[in-house]
Every structure is written in structure tokens, then in C-alpha cells.
Design a protein around this ligand. Sequence first.
Ligand SMILES: [Zn+2]
Length: 292
Amino acid sequence: MLFDAHTHLNFEKYTEEERRGLAAEIEASDVGCIIDVADCVEAAKLALKDADDYPWCYAAVGIHPDHARDYEGICGDDPEKRRAADARLEADLEEIRKLAAHPKAVAIGEIGLDYYYGTDDRDEQQELFRRQIRLANELRMPIMIHTRDAHQLTMDILKEEGAFSDERKTWFPERPAAGGGTEPDARVQMHCFSGSPELALQYAKLGATMSLGGPVTFKNGKKAAEVVRQLPIEYLMSETDAPYMAPEPLRGRPNKPPYIEHIVRRMALLKGMEYDETARVLTENGKRFFGI
Ligand SMILES: [Zn+2]
């Protein structure tokens, strides 16, 4: 069985027919569980509909940094604009809070910072990110992080908002530690982790889990491959981020959860482990992380 810890079956551009076709392909494959990730309130509703429709589908609900522009003015000087933006954000967070109560909502995500595309909305991104970490803490739920070109700031904000606090770690069962025994788990997933092996180890020590996808198979994905090689498998999860980031040899096509096999095969090779054993451990890691 294979586990896709971050994918977008709710992708807005799929027609209903395409979504059903994709679900049939997943059912015919070795993929036994997916986390269908939202990027806004509407997507979260769709992800939960998928979760209602398919027993192997669970949802992450949250607002992606790409949507920070919807709350323009929330950090500005104009008190009127500020109040209006704050009301919009609070209303959306209230929706997310309600959706997160669904029994198959298993994480708050994807949330974080994207400084690759977002250049003029960085303050709004931070505010959106901080409030959703607080929401995840209030609800005692796993957190799914998207971060791009903002590695240090992402870690600083996660620390400041208590994502790795001792208290948070008491809410979740311990996880297997590298080298035996168990250790506290903060249930923070670094989705499509693109940092260095050193940063990955730092995150793992804080109680986070690195989630890796297509880039581990890319010729120019040496850093991701190195993270898989150096990080104990206890701290890894597998994901596709479909429809984005298709792995080799399918790079360039629209990605789908069944393609995760190529990612897990590559991870097995990098870790010097059997494919079946790698698939088993990564599935166990995913199920434990999301409490499935
Ligand atoms: Zn994603």
C-alpha cells in the first residue's frame, strides 16, 4: 500500500467526470490513502466532499499563502481597511474551524509562506500564516506547511506561534525515534520540503516530518535526494502534490496519486531499502501523522 500525504483531488480545474476518473484510477492502484489538500475555504468544502465520497480520502483544510491578497490591508495603516480585512479573514477562519470539525478533516493546511510568487503581500501572508497556526493549536490538529523562498522566516514563525512547543507535543502520541525508542511529535508536515539536509535535521529535532515528492526523482533534484538519503526514515513521508510536480519518467505531464510509486521507488533506492519495506514504513508514518 502507498500513502499520498499531499495531493489535490479537489483541484478546481477538474471536471466532475475527471475527478471520478481519477478516483477510479486511484482505486485500481496500490495507493491506499490520500490527503486531499485545500488552498481556500471553497477548496476545503470540495476536499471534504471527496472525503465523504471515498473511504481512502481524507482532507486538509486551510488557506494557502497565494490567497493572502484577499486580506489586503490587514497589516496596513488605514484603520478602516484594516478592520474590513480582519473581518474577512476572521469569517474565513471561522469557516475553516467549522470544516475542521468534520471527522475526516485531519490537518490544517496547506498554510505557510510563498515568497517566490508573493512579493507585495508578505505582511498579509505572515498574518494569515500566524492565525492558522493558532487555529491548529486551538483545535490540536496536525499542521501542513507550504514554504518557498522563506525557509528561515517559516521556521521562526512556527517557533514563535508554538508549533513546536512542549505543550503541543503532549497532545499527540510519541513517534518512533531514529535508532529506537520513541520521542515527542509536534505533527508539523513540511510539504514538498526543498531545504537542505541540515535544515531537515533541525526540523526533525523540533518534532517535524519532511514530506517529499517528485523532486526526489528529478536530475536537478539533488538536494531533495540528499534529504531522503540523510534523514532517518522515521522523519519522512511520501507525497505527489498532484496535479503538480509529476515525477520522472512522467515529468511534464499532469501528476496523479498513482504516480507516487515512482517517488517511493526512488526513495527506496536512496535509502538502500527494499521497495515493499519503504512503502510500508512511509504508509505507517503517514497514517500515524494524520491519526488514520
Ligand atoms: Zn499542494
